[in-house]
Design a protein. Structure first.
Length: 570
């Protein structure tokens, strides 16, 4: 049965093919090509072959150009290392979000050229295109880049005497051992030094615009009812830095509240924290003997060829400083002019903003950076004081100022020597206020006080550690006068208060250790610092201590926000 069915199907298929063959018309035989057709076809084939060869040559040329201008893909390890290095601060203690202290090492010499860019073009947030990493916190708005900066701190401070200074050391008021504070110790935890802020980088045509803002919580107590560590620790958020900088080619201008141009630089005359020297130490008041300030003002800079030389002049808020800041002593006023301390003089940090001034302080500075191993600078400041005697209706004006010579030298790889030296006639305001600028004579005329300092030390980088040591000393000259009743007045006279210091000194050393850092996740660091302070007054009463001394230890654990700002080249 199966065989019959198969035969029937094959019969139907054969019939279909026969029917199709009968229905089709017979095909006409093809016309053979002529010699002309064959010649034309050969010509067309030759032309097409030439076009193909031309295209092949053009493609080969483009391949060679791509190989010439396309760098080889970096190895994974190299990229990871470069991105990790993006959090390393060049020549300074400031990371992209770090504070006044960091464990990051100084810069290494360039493999291409042993020079460095200075000013805002090179800063602690700038790296090469490979090193700049996209942080999850970075914000792009048009051509502007917003980079958050900041860190979270927990600090423990121990002092062998109780000066009541908390995180920040008041160098001029270390307690004597015949006082209550001289017999007590202090040990406190604090998160006040935690910091938050941001910077904005933008290009407008060929102008680089940089805005910088930074604040912390060392602004004092917000509510005296909670000025304890019993239930709450209320502290005020304060402005530290708030400025804008513009640069085009060699010309640069900065305006706002910035680090004073009196602050030593690690390179150039940049206002960015990573380009400044205020030490690797953790003390919130930095180092005894350091000249510094964070003061509103405006500055103008000129950068020489290759940024090896930078010159600048700045106008910064002046103050008729009469002592009392940083624990420093104040001169004794004439009895008839005691009211000047609140109406014309900046004494004991009272009414400083509301007091009169003749003109802004004028600061000039020139910096030399011949290589990445050497930074040297010198300059000076001019200030003027004016006093009006309401009793005699007489006015007195006196000009003063000071000069400085600073250096920062990498003598061997990863080992730097630092020296900063300052001398003034009426410029004690820049020594953390440890010296008054002047005294007032009986007739109301000002007489300038000599003061000076030195700050010297070393910084060494060993893998992920920074080891440092510094010595800082401040000297304040004696300046006395006679009051109308014949008694001595001024600063440093026989019988003066033991707060009128002659010399204040500090020796300190420490270790800054990075546990890990990553451009996407930030860094975790530890800081350990020991310091020994002592001060000597001009006058020692019979039986009174000849000096005051103190031991202090800081331990800090810090998490730093991730991120790097874009590289800007001039």
């Amino acid at each position: 049965m199966k065989s019959k069915t198969t035969g029937l199907v094959l019969s139907f298929v054969a019939a279909a093919f026969v029917h199709a063959a009968w229905a089709a018309e017979p095909a006409s035989p093809p016309t053979p090509p002529t010699a002309t057709d064959i010649a034309r076809l050969k010509t067309q084939l030759d032309e097409q072959q030439k076009v193909i060869e031309g295209l092949r040559a053009a493609l080969e040329e483009q391949r060679k150009l791509l190989e010439l201008y396309t760098p080889p893909a970096p190895q994974v390890d190299a990229v990871v290392a470069a991105r990790s290095a993006a959090l390393t601060v060049p020549n300074g203690p400031y990371t992209a979000s770090a504070g006044p202290v960091s464990i990051q090492p100084p810069p290494q010499p360039s493999q291409k050229k042993d020079t460095q860019m200075v000013g805002p073009s090179v800063n602690p947030q700038e790296r090469s295109a490979l090193e700049v990493s996209e942080s999850p916190l970075t914000i792009h708005l048009g051509t502007a880049t917003i980079t958050p900066i900041g860190f979270m701190d927990l600090t423990n401070t121990y002092r062998s005497t109780n000066s009541g200074a908390s995180l920040a050391t008041n160098f001029g008021s270390i307690p004597y051992n015949n006082t209550v504070g001289g017999h007590l110790t202090e040990d406190k935890f604090s998160a006040q030094n935690s910091r938050i802020g941001f910077r904005v980088d933008a290009m407008f045509r060929d102008w680089h615009i940089l805005g910088y803002y930074e604040g912390d919580f060392v602004g004092g107590i917000g509510n005296t009812a909670y000025n304890t560590q019993v239930s709450s620790n209320s502290v005020l958020y304060r402005i530290r830095l708030y400025w804008v900088d513009t640069r085009k080619g060699p010309f640069e201008m900065l305006a706002g509240q910035s680090w004073s141009m009196m602050t030593p630089n690690r390179r150039g005359i940049s206002a960015l924290p990573g380009d400044l020297f205020y030490g690797q130490e953790f003390d919130v008041n930095y180092l005894n003997g350091l000249t510094w300030g964070r003061i509103p003002g405006i500055r103008f800079l000129y950068h020489g060829a290759d940024n090896r030389v930078t010159a600048g002049i700045s106008l910064e808020n002046a103050t008729q400083y009469f002592g009392g800041s940083g624990g420093g002593g104040t001169p004794t006023l004439p009895a008839a002019l005691a009211a000047l301390s609140t109406t014309q003089l900046d004494a004991n940090q009272a009414n400083g903003i509301a007091l009169p001034n003749v003109h802004p302080d004028i600061i000039a500075k020139i910096a030399f950076d011949p290589t990445s191993h050497v930074h040297a600078e010198f300059g000076g400041v001019e200030s003027t004081v004016k006093i009006f005697n309401p009793n005699t209706l007489l006015k007195f004006t006196k000009e003063g100022g000071g000069g400085f010579v600073n250096g920062n030298f990498e003598v061997v790889k990863n080992f730097r020597l630092i020296t900063n030296n300052y001398w003034s006639d009426g410029g004690g305001r820049y020594l953390f206020g440890l010296a008054p600028n002047f005294i007032v004579r009986a007739d109301g005329s000002p007489s300038l006080v000599h003061s000076g300092s030195t700050l010297d030390g070393f910084e060494a980088v060993v893998k992920n550690s920074v080891i440092y040591g510094y010595y800082g000393g401040v000297y304040i000259g004696r300046n006395t006068a006679r009051d109308l009743n014949g008694s001595l007045i001024g600063y440093g006279y026989s019988g003066s208060a033991n707060g009128q210091n002659r010399a204040i000194q500090e020796g300190t050393f420490g270790l800054n250790q990075t546990f890990w850092r990553d451009p996407k996740y930030g860094s975790l660091s530890m800081f350990l610092q020991y310091a020994y302070f002592f001060r000597n007054p001009w006058y020692v009463a019979p039986g009174a201590p000849k000096n005051a001394h103190e031991n202090a230890v800081w331990f800090d654990l810090r998490y730093t926000l991730p991120g790097s700002a874009p590289a800007i080249k001039y």
